[in-house]
Ligand binder design. Structure first.
Ligand code: NAD
Length: 298
């Protein structure tokens, strides 16, 4: 029987802080396919997430339908806005949510995996991170600072991950990021430079596929997901309306579930997808294919 088999592989999933986002759903499916999973968690959310795990508050969600359960091999603090500790301003390092962690930068996470697991510690790297301080502002009302911080946390962070984890990958490694249709089409309300960040992320997926393919033999893809009421999406403020709209106007008239992103990610990171790189795969019930809204009176 043909199956997704990730036995013996290790994944680093950056952007998990609860059991409801795409990062968690991806981690769970990678683990169910046999991979060991290390998580990268934003320092401001690290304490809450690790306590929830310790206290068994998310025990149910860890369980596989097929038996067994997701157990994170490591949970590393990671703030993907910083490449090395030398870049981090003193006020961030001394912030109470950061100072308990040694090195929470992208390079810090890479170094820790090498120290703990050897020179080639990882096969799969997932970027499931987005942050835009002015996401609620229309682009016309976005400051330079807000725009650049959206690009830094949500797009450049992926470039930096590929730079720093590329040399650490074992043969046939795979990178994957999460994008949204707002990078290609206008989604009013998805502001603050976040649409620009997603456009950059998708373009970088193609360029990095070429560069990391030639240099490391790695594949680089993105999943463009339909709307899902994660913590990040709920903070934008109109996610339920987006879900409802997508549901009524998609070829498959139903909402997506994070697990569908998880299974697609497991496939894209597996040897079954060895011919796929530089691609954005839609997990959106086909919404991207539509040219008109079908729930509107014509
Ligand atoms: P989420 O809140 O579960 O995930 C976002 C994660 O990013 C959180 O864990 C947060 O702690 C982390 N994060 C924020 N800033 C960070 C930083 N500087 N360093 C490290 N981590 C940081 O929400 P999600 O919706 O699952 O988002 C995951 C990805 O999916 C994002 O790239 C998002 O844009 C994308 N996406 C989401 C939707 C949706 O509707 N939810 C649709 C398409 C794409």
């Amino acid at each position: 029987m043909l199956k997704i088999d990730l036995t013996g592989k290790r994944a680093f999933v950056a952007g998990i802080a609860d059991d409801w986002g795409f990062g968690f759903a991806i981690a769970k499916r990678l683990a169910e396919a046999g991979a060991t999973v290390c998580a990268g968690t934003w320092p401001p959310a690290y304490g809450i997430f690790t306590k929830m795990l310790e206290r068994g508050k998310i025990g149910e969600s860890l369980n596989f339908a097929s038996g067994g359960a997701l157990a994170f091999e490591r949970i590393l603090p990671l703030d993907a806005e910083w490449d090395t500790l030398a870049d981090v301003p003193t006020e961030v390092r001394e912030n109470r949510r950061y100072k308990e962690h040694d090195d929470f930068t992208i390079q810090g996470a890479a170094d820790r995996l090498v120290n703990e697991f050897g020179a080639k510690p990882v096969d799969i790297v997932i970027h499931s991170i987005a942050n835009g301080s002015e996401v609620k502002n229309p682009l016309l009302e976005t400051s330079r600072k807000g725009y650049l911080s959206a690009l830094s946390a949500s797009a450049y962070s992926f470039v930096s991950l590929v730079q720093r984890f590329g040399p650490l990958l074992r043969p046939n490694g795979a990178f994957l990021s999460l994008t949204y249709m707002a990078g290609e089409r206008v989604i009013p309300g998805y502001g603050g430079g976040m649409s620009s960040a997603k456009a950059a992320l998708e373009s970088d997926t193609r360029t990095l596929a070429y560069e990391a393919g030639r240099r490391y033999g790695a594949r680089v893809n993105a999943i463009s997901a339909g709307p899902w009421a994660s913590r990040a999406a709920s903070a934008i403020g109109f996610i339920e309306k987006m879900i409802d709209y997508a549901k009524h106007n998609s070829p498959l008239p139903e909402a997506i579930h994070a697990d569908e992103v998880g299974t697609t990610a497991a496939f894209l990171c597996s040897p079954l997808a060895s011919g796929i790189t530089g691609t954005t795969v839609y997990v959106d019930k086909g919404y991207h294919a539509m040219g008109v809204a079908v729930d509107a009176k014509t």
